[in-house]
Design a protein. Sequence first.
Length: 278
Amino acid sequence: MEQLHLDILKEVQSIRDTQLRAPMQIADRTRIVNLIKEIQVVLLPGYYHYRDLTDESAFANLITDLEKEIASALCFGGRSFLEAKGLTTEFLKKLPDILRLLDTDIQAIYDGDPAAKSKAEVILCYPGFYAICIYRIAHELYKLNIPYIPRIMAEYAHEKTGIDINPGATIGEYFCIDHGTGIVIGETAVIGHHVKLYQGVTIGAKSFEKDEHGNPVKGGKRHPDIGNHVVIYANATILGGNTKIGDHCTIGGNVWILHSVDAGSTVYYTDENKQAQQ
């Protein structure tokens, strides 16, 4: 290599943030995306395809591949790789539960959209279901306190669908996303059963508390709770960790909600461009 090129490389190396210098065990995004695809083949073979794997061969690969990536993520996060085997087994035990939940989501989307001609169409065509599927996988990894992998999975779904569901969010059965683009669901959000969201909905945080140095305080309950049998229409924004939307509410499009809403209420904008609640 010419001296000029060596000098350029050395200059680049000298200005890298030392806190961001990654060890060899850094979690690998491409391999983690491959894990998603292996899991999808295990859960719904025929609908998802990856390297011509059957569900049996995908499961066999997954055992090895998942343990390796968990070990890398643990090391990168400053923990022992010796936890990886047990965590892999704990996650694999959750696969039947993930599939049971996905079955309810498929049903909810099929029932909730007259344009859906079959459940197969929901699996094959709907970005909402694709995002939910990856969320369900990532959420179980998140609950096992596995670093990096759940968030990488969630951001892959975000990239593919425009739907941003933090893997820490808690979402009940029969979850329906219709259209979906632009949806944001924050880490500490809790969503009940039989909830339907349309495009552009934000279930987010208010402005963050700051410490004595002016930095945002991490952690804490920052996102709303949504009850059971709630419908939230397009571009509604619901913010705050103390905000609770009661059961059987209907939230109209384009509303901005910072306070709790009683069960059975309908929130919408009137002709006078004022927010109203029934």
